[in-house]
Ligand binder design. Structure first.
Ligand SMILES: *[C@@H]1O[C@H](CO)[C@@H](O)[C@H](O)[C@H]1NC(C)=O
Length: 389
């Protein structure tokens, strides 16, 4: 037998051929020396098909999400363009992962910026999608929706009061306080001017009255009562507080005031347009800009109006101020208490360490004696306690 390195290598790499027994009577392909019997590879074929299917679903789901987000944004683009000098970043919608998108808009009176964020269902991940859907059946409060959230950040202005106020769809209500700490400032009330599926969360009725009354062409309650809009409305909130409880009082320079509109994305894309339009007007009414001062008709008044802060009753303003001062006091006290506890712990640890060091310097017999003394001391202590009882 001659020595052939190539055939040796090939021989080592090739798995032993499946035994081509003669009693195989299934489908078979032959080409020269090769024989392919599909029946012997059933599992591999199944696996390959599953991988291909999953990959196909990934791309289908991903592009479905891209289409959905773009459809909503395209429907609102003209409005954004009419409102901002920079309605979006370069390239329009930015994709962040497979189901998240965002738009950053800036250059408008009354607001520093608008962040539009899309959180869509995980359509790219078949298993997650199934899981979400099933969980939606089990847990009725578990919402499986495509959501778009518009966060308007106000410019620093005395016209925008420090307050927390919201209109929330009732099916969003459960658990909203755990996701939005700022809403723990509010009380939940019904409002006769709103559809029964909505509820108001407000610190004071004065704020609600001012925001729900008709301002020129804007009547928030009319817009929200529109049956084409209502199914997609989740919440609208005006807030000066963070979403999660801060550990320390937030310095004035870091406090931002936001108007946040949260919507389910309508399949048509356009259904929410009247509401988004109205929220731009609301921004001006709150900030008293663009001739939209509260209590003024935009047709007759020019120049800045008083804004929401100016139209609140002085008592409301002082109550709002007091609530924030109390929170800051509470946060400061908590912080101080935590610090005291930490210091006490550090002191105890230092004492323990010093004692250990002292013991380690003693001779073996002295250490034993010291331990016994300590034992006796502890025993006396416990006996003393039992006697007292
Ligand atoms: C609201 O107006 C009052 C009185 O005009 C003012 O003292 C207060 O600072 C204003 N609030 C804010 C948040 O600027």
């Amino acid at each position: 037998m001659s020595f052939n390195p190539i055939s040796m290598v090939v021989g080592a790499l090739t798995p032993p051929p499946p035994s081509l027994t003669e009693d195989y009577d299934g489908l078979e392909y032959r080409w020269k020396v090769f024989t392919f019997r599909p029946a012997l590879f059933q599992f591999e074929i199944f696996l390959l098909a599953a991988v291909l299917l999953y990959t196909a679903l990934y791309f289908i789901g991903r592009s479905a999400n891209v289409r959905r987000a773009n459809k909503w944004f395209d429907a609102h683009l003209e409005l954004y363009q009419s409102q901002f000098t920079k309605p979006h970043q370069k390239g329009g919608l930015t994709q962040d992962g497979n189901s998240d998108f965002f738009v950053f808009s800036t250059g408008r009176r009354a607001i520093k910026a608008l962040h539009t964020t899309f959180t869509l269902r995980p359509r790219h991940d078949f298993f997650q999608l199934i899981y979400q859907t099933l969980w939606g059946f089990v847990e009725l409060d578990y919402r499986v929706n495509d959501v778009v959230e518009l966060t308007f950040t106000f410019k620093d202005s005395a016209s925008v009061p420090d307050c927390v106020w919201a209109i929330v769809a009732k099916d969003e209500l459960k658990g909203i306080r755990s996701k939005r700490w700022d809403l723990t400032f509010t009380k939940t009330t019904e409002n006769p001017n709103l559809p029964t599926s909505l509820t108001v969360m407000s610190e004071f009725a004065d704020i609600t009255e001012n925001l729900l009354k008709t301002h020129g062409p804007l009547s928030l309650s009319t817009v929200l009562s529109n049956p084409a809009v209502l199914p997609y409305f989740r919440s609208l909130s005006l807030t000066d507080q963070p979403r999660t409880r801060p550990y320390a009082p937030v310095p004035a320079s870091e406090r931002g005031k936001h108007l946040i509109l949260s919507l389910n994305i309508p399949p048509s894309g356009t259904a929410t347009l009247p509401l988004v339009q109205a929220v731009f007007q609301l921004v001006d009414i709150i900030a008293g800009e663009g001739g939209w001062g509260i209590g003024k008709s935009p047709l007759t008044s020019k120049g800045p109006g008083v804004g929401l802060n100016g139209s609140l009753r002085p008592e409301t303003r002082s109550k709002l101020k007091k609530a924030r001062e109390e929170l800051d006091k509470e946060l400061k006290e908590e912080l101080a208490k935590e610090k005291r506890e930490e210091q006490a712990e550090e002191k105890a640890a230092a004492k323990r360490k010093a004692e250990e060091e002292r013991l380690s310097r003693l001779s073996a017999s002295e250490q034993k004696k010291a331990l016994e003394r300590e034992k006796k001391r502890l025993m006396r202590k416990t006996q003393g306690k039992t006697k007292v009882r």
